[in-house]
Design a protein around this ligand. Sequence first.
Ligand code: NAI
Length: 246
Amino acid sequence: MLLKDKVCIITGATRGIGLAMTRFFAEQGAWVFVNGRDESQVQAVVTQINSDGGKADAFVCDVADPESVKNAFKLFLSKSKKLDVLINNAGILDDALIGMVSPAQIERTFGVNTYSVIYMSQYASRIMSRNKSGSIVNMTSIIGTNGNCGQAVYGGSKAAVIGITKSLAKELASTNIRVNAIAPGFIDTDMARSIPDSVFETRVSSIAMKRIGQPGEIASVAAFLSSDLAAYVTGQVIGVDGGMLI
Ligand code: NAI
C-alpha cells in the first residue's frame, strides 16, 4: 500500500477530485481527514469510507476563514498527534470578463483558492516539522500557468498558488517537508460541467488525448506526490492534462 498509516488531510473532499482522492488514499492505507464546510456531507463521506473498510475522520471548516481553520486543527490534534500529508484541493470557479469582475468576487475566489493554502499550510507545517517529515500538495490549474479569457481572477488565484508552493518548498525543505503542486487540465467534475456546453466541447477538442480527464487520474498523481516514492521531489508543478499544453 502506497500510503499505509499516513495521516492525511484533504480539503474540499466531499465531491469531485477531493472525493476521488479521499477514496483512493483510504484504499492505499491512509487515515484520511475529510474536509468540507457542511458537517452532514462530511459525515456521509466519513461513514462511507469507514464502512468500506478504510479509516476516515471529519475535518469540518471553511478553509477561507482563518478562525474556522484554527478550530479544526485544534480538534484534529485531539485525534492525531502527527500529520503526514496535506492536500489543499478546495477551490471555486467564478468566471467573468474583466469589466464585470466585482471586489467581492475577487475576495471570495482568492479566499478559497489562495489564502486557504497559506492558512492550512501554517498549521500543517508546524505539526509536520515535529516529525521532520511531510508532504503538502496544492491544486493549481493550467489556467494558473497559461491564463484564459474571462479567468483573470481564477487564473490569478491559481498562479499565486504556484508562488506559494515554490516558496514553501524552499522554506520547509530543511525540515524534510516537501511541497508540490498539481496543474490539472480539464477534469470531469461538477466544476467542469458548470461551464456552457459550447465551451465544454471546445475545451475537450483542445486536448491532445481528445478526452476529458477523470478525478481518479488526479488522485493517483496526488498519491504519488504524497508517498515515499516521491521522497526527493519538491517545488514542482506537475501537469496532469492529457496533453492540453503540448
Ligand atoms: P468541485 O467544485 O467539484 O469541488 C470543490 C470542492 O471544494 C467542493 O467539495 C466544495 O464544497 C469545496 N469547497 C469550496 N469552498 C470551500 C471552502 N471555503 N471550504 C471548504 N471546502 C470548500 O471542484 P473540482 O473540479 O473537484 O476541483 C478541485 C480542485 O481542482 C479545485 O481547486 C479546482 O480549482 C482544481 N482544478 C479543477 C479542474 C477541473 O477541470 N475540474 C481543472 C484545474 C484545476
